[in-house]
Design a binder for this molecule. Structure first.
Ligand code: AMP
Ligand code: GLY
Length: 425
């Protein structure tokens, strides 16, 4: 099978690493990839939103499967683009249709969908220019803190948790009246704040059936103890200690199955990963958000613990036969620690030479996230630079092993969180 994977982050490196292990993998291309991905395939200089370029490449290289790693091409409708083109129709795209990608692309759509299908989520109302004044009154009477969410994609910055009514009203006004996040904040979801520990669950759906992948928890804040600015993710662990069989049964019964069935009942085509951002409120799962792709850095712990052949899973998606698949998980714990550039998630420098990356072993692999090759050197090329994933019989050992390697890798301005997994120590 010839495969084209779209993206350039740690998630894509982990997906490339996993797919390359499959006997069914003939040739793997990664567009655009990073300095780590050529170990498992060939990097291609194409942007993930250049659909015409992707089309020409798929025809030229006789691609048999397209895997978009990030939400961008999915929200832009790459699934539909392939389905509508006679030259591309035979190529399965692992992901939702543009309509299905609204689960991530529109918070308002996701909330309405959950309401229609009785999926537990925070109580909310939706506001826009049309009912702006009503929103002011709603916020003024809301319990604190109150959560405001720009409807559309806002580079992960569209969620504000306001501690006072004044702050909430100022944010709300800026979002709608001053288009703080452009078109993304023309509509705003105002919702109740939920208290609990967050985690991520992942399903792969063929439209009728689904399989659940290993659970994970990511750490979004830049600072230790979950302080400071939000980032793309500073580390992750899998499995999640509190996500035991009983909790995951609630997740399947109340969230995953109703989501897959709801999409099918509404005629929304979805043949790909569904990421459930969950919060555990006193033992009950609530949905904080959906994403229409795998998580990053969660993929860097989920893929190493998934024992199934990933291409077998994608083939089952293509034939709508996921009901015939049983997922097996590595019983070991996995932890990943992200090395980031100094200054991230605010301004940071790129182009620093990276040294000391160890070769993969049976219990550790360093995934590249923001790196690029320059002659014989490897340079930093993003805020998140490397994800160091370790596997061990318990979480603390996996974390210790990743920290050890985090210390032995060097680049100018390197920073990482030493407390990933702190709640479970
Ligand atoms: P989102 O972009 O929807 O994932 O929101 C970003 C982050 O804001 C989440 O990961 C949560 O930490 C937090 N958050 C969002 N909605 C809520 C909520 N209703 N209650 C508590 N925290 C929330
Ligand atoms: N780690 C969160 C995300 O991928 O959106």
């Amino acid at each position: 099978m010839n495969i084209l994977l779209l993206g350039s982050g740690g998630r894509e490196h982990a997906l490339a690493w996993k797919m390359a292990q499959s006997p069914a993998c003939t040739k793997l291309y990664i567009a655009p990839g990073n300095a780590g991905t050529p170990a498992y395939g060939e990097n291609v200089n194409l942007s993930v939103s250049d659909f015409e370029g992707i089309k020409a490449f798929c025809i030229d290289k006789q691609i048999d499967l397209l895997l978009p790693g990030s939400e961008e091409p999915l929200v832009l409708g790459i699934y539909d683009f392939f389905g509508a083109d006679p030259a591309l129709q035979h190529i399965p795209v692992i992901g939702p249709s543009r309509s299905g990608a609204r689960l991530e692309g529109s918070k308002a759509f996701a909330k309405e969908f959950m309401l229609r299908h009785n999926i537990p989520t925070a109580a909310y109302r939706e506001f826009s220019e049309a009912n702006f004044e009503e929103g002011l009154a709603y916020i003024a009477a809301h319990t604190l803190p109150v959560v405001l969410k720009a409807d559309g994609l806002a580079l992960g910055k569209g969620v504000v948790i306001a501690a006072t009514h004044e702050e909430a009203i100022a944010e709300y006004t800026e979002m709608i009246k001053s288009a703080k996040f452009g078109d993304a904040s023309k509509k705003v979801v105002v919702e109740a704040f939920l208290t609990g520990i967050e985690m991520s669950a992942f399903a792969l759906s063929d439209g009728q059936h689904y399989v659940l992948l290993p659970s994970a928890k990511d750490y979004k804040r830049i600072g230790e103890g979950d302080t400071g600015l939000n980032t793309g993710g500073m580390g992750a662990i899998s499995p999640v200690p509190f996500a035991d069989t009983a909790f995951m049964k609630k997740v399947e019964d109340r969230v995953v199955r109703p989501t897959v069935a709801g999409l099918a009942a509404e005629g929304i085509v979805y043949h790909g990963f569904i990421f459930f951002g969950l919060i555990n409120v006193e033992g009950d799962p609530f949905v904080i958000e959906y994403n229409c792709r795998m998580g990053d850095p969660e993929t860097e712990v989920v893929m190493p613990r998934l024992q199934n052949d990933l291409l077998d899973l994608f083939t089952a998606v293509k034939h709508r036969q996921l009901d015939k698949v049983t997922i097996t998980e590595d019983p070991r714990a996995a932890a990943t620690i992200m090395l980031v550039s100094g200054g991230y998630p605010e301004a940071y420098e790129k182009g620093k030479e990276i040294t000391g990356i160890p070769a993969p072993t049976a219990d550790q692999i360093v995934f590249h996230a923001g790196s690029k090759a320059d002659g014989g050197k490897t340079l930093t090329n993003g805020g998140r630079v490397l994800a160091i994933t370790s596997l061990a019989s318990d979480l603390q050992q996996a974390l210790a092993h990743s920290r050890e390697t985090a210390d032995s890798i060097s680049f100018g301005g390197k920073y990482y969180r030493r407390d990933i997994g702190y709640e479970f120590s």
